[in-house]
Design a protein around this ligand. Structure first.
Ligand SMILES: [Zn+2]
Length: 480
């Protein structure tokens, strides 16, 4: 596997400066690390890195240019021309003295997320500083251009903060050689992972709500898919509720309903020629029947798969349902009028036991309706919630409310898209729970609707609210 090591910044504008005990700029420090990586990867001891696909490294420098974008584009042109399968851009961070820890920036694509995951784990292991996780950046985000400029799988590392004294001591302890080893370990893990076949049956079953049972997906329309797999999906929802109830350790627990599962899947699943498509490419959100948020680990736990493109349909749906269940049960620490997002949306007396209302609130979370940044001006979320919870009776009031508040979730979230989405959500209520059949629920519109596209930066729909939650305190810390 061929990997381009891009040294962040350039000789004339060398980036942040790490004071004593490092005493080097980003450019100088990482140039030494890159050289050491190349030396070690050629050495006899580490020559077999990457196993059957040995790592072949080459170094790329950025040259000061008239504009930032031409500087990045020229460097990544070298990445492409060098035939790299993947690129790693080396940096370190700078912010205020309290900011600390390691983070990796990813384009959000499944391979980039996998690469980033391996690098992030290697950094946290070697430096033992706080794990700030993987940040997904769009092409226009600060620093995001490097991740989207070439076709090669890209990652950008920010191993420590040069403005934090404890981070500096850790960086000094690891040393240039240690940094080189740490990145090679991450790259090698990624190269090995890429080689691996699908997980074994045992690994699948450990995280699979369907056990050894298989869903039917071949040549099925929407209704047919849910009708044929009704019993299996019900079993999976039941298993997922058991997992979450155990995780709740006796604290509150709001179960996922079959209506939640059917309706959300129906609104989000990939379709091709009127049939469900288990190989659907969900833009930046992986491959599979339903899209998974890029920060799946935040919601589903550390054992969640990093690479979303290699899951079986059963795993893909299991992770999706776990994610939905986590939204109902995991407080994200953001207060609103009634309590805390998102859990208290589902524990409010007005929605407890209101199955279709809860389903619409859940879909609203996934679609970013409770993220203030997605509005022209922050709306009254109590009103949004109240009208959302009535969307199975009449979708128009919430659609009017969203339009009035200037909801701008990005492509695929215009008023007609949202109306179609609500129709898809409503279409499966009665099928999932016949006791909830309602006259006002209309069948889905005839025209095919693609699942809602990413709301805004970071460009991830299922995960958009989520990314905003998890990273809202860290976005300013990136030194570029
Ligand atoms: Zn930098």
């Amino acid at each position: 596997m061929k990997i381009a090591i891009v040294v962040g910044h350039n000789a004339k504008a060398p980036g942040a400066y790490a004071p004593t005990p490092i005493g080097l700029s980003e450019y100088d420090f990482n140039n030494l690390v890159a050289d050491e990586m190349i030396r070690l990867s050629k050495g006899t001891v580490m020559g077999r890195l990457g196993g059957a696909r040995p790592l072949e490294l080459f170094k790329v420098h950025r040259a000061l240019s008239s504009s930032y974008s031409t500087e990045i584009d020229a460097a990544y042109d070298q990445v492409t021309r060098g035939g790299a399968d993947a690129s790693l851009e080396l940096h370190f961070n700078a912010a205020h003295p309290g900011a600390t820890g390691s983070e990796t920036l990813s384009s959000g694509g499944p391979k980039s997320l996998s690469l980033s995951g391996h690098l992030q784990r290697a950094m946290v292991k070697a430096l033992a500083r706080p794990d700030r996780g993987i940040k997904v950046l769009g092409p226009t985000d600060r620093g995001g251009r490097s991740l989207h400029a070439a076709r090669a799988t890209a990652a950008l590392v920010e191993p420590f903060f040069s403005t934090n004294s404890v981070d500096l001591v850790a960086a000094q302890r690891v040393g240039i050689k240690g940094f080189a080893r740490m990145y090679l370990e991450g790259l090698s893990g990624y190269a090995g992972f890429e080689r691996e076949a699908l997980p074994t049956g045992r690994e699948i079953n450990a995280r699979n709500g369907f056990g050894t049972m298989h869903l039917e997906t071949e040549s099925l329309g929407r209704q047919e898919f849910f009708a044929r797999n009704h019993a299996l999906l019900a079993m999976a929802v039941e298993n997922i509720n058991k997992i979450q109830e155990e995780r709740a350790h006796g604290e509150f627990f709001v179960p996922l309903t079959l209506v939640d599962a059917f309706s959300l899947m129906n609104a989000e699943m990939g379709m091709k020629g009127g049939q469900v498509d288990p190989g659907f490419v969900h833009h930046e959100r992986g491959i599979g029947l339903v899209p998974l948020p890029s920060n799946l680990v935040y919601w589903n736990g550390d054992d969640a798969p990093l690479d979303h493109s290699r899951l079986t349909t059963e795993q893909n749906i299991t992770e999706f349902l776990l994610y939905l269940s986590a939204i109902k049960n995991k407080p994200v620490g953001r207060p609103f009028a009634w309590g805390e997002f998102y859990t208290d949306l589902f524990r409010d007396p007005s929605t407890t036991g209101d199955v279709p209302g809860q389903m619409h609130l859940l879909a609203a979370v996934v679609n970013g309706w409770f993220v203030p940044q997605l509005y022209a001006s922050p709306p009254d979320f109590a009103t949004i919630a109240a009208k959302t919870a009535q969307a199975h009776l009449d979708p128009e009031p919430i659609l009017r409310e969203l339009a009035a508040a200037g909801f701008r979730g990005g492509p695929g979230t215009g008023r007609d898209d949202l109306r179609a989405r609500l129709a898809h959500l409503n279409a499966m209520i009665a099928l999932a729970d016949p006791s909830l059949a309602l006259e006002s629920v209309r069948p889905p519109e005839a025209k095919p609707v693609k699942p809602a596209a990413p709301p805004v930066e970071p460009p991830v729909t299922g995960g958009a609210p989520v990314v905003a939650e998890k990273f809202r305190t860290t976005v300013t810390g990136f030194a570029g």
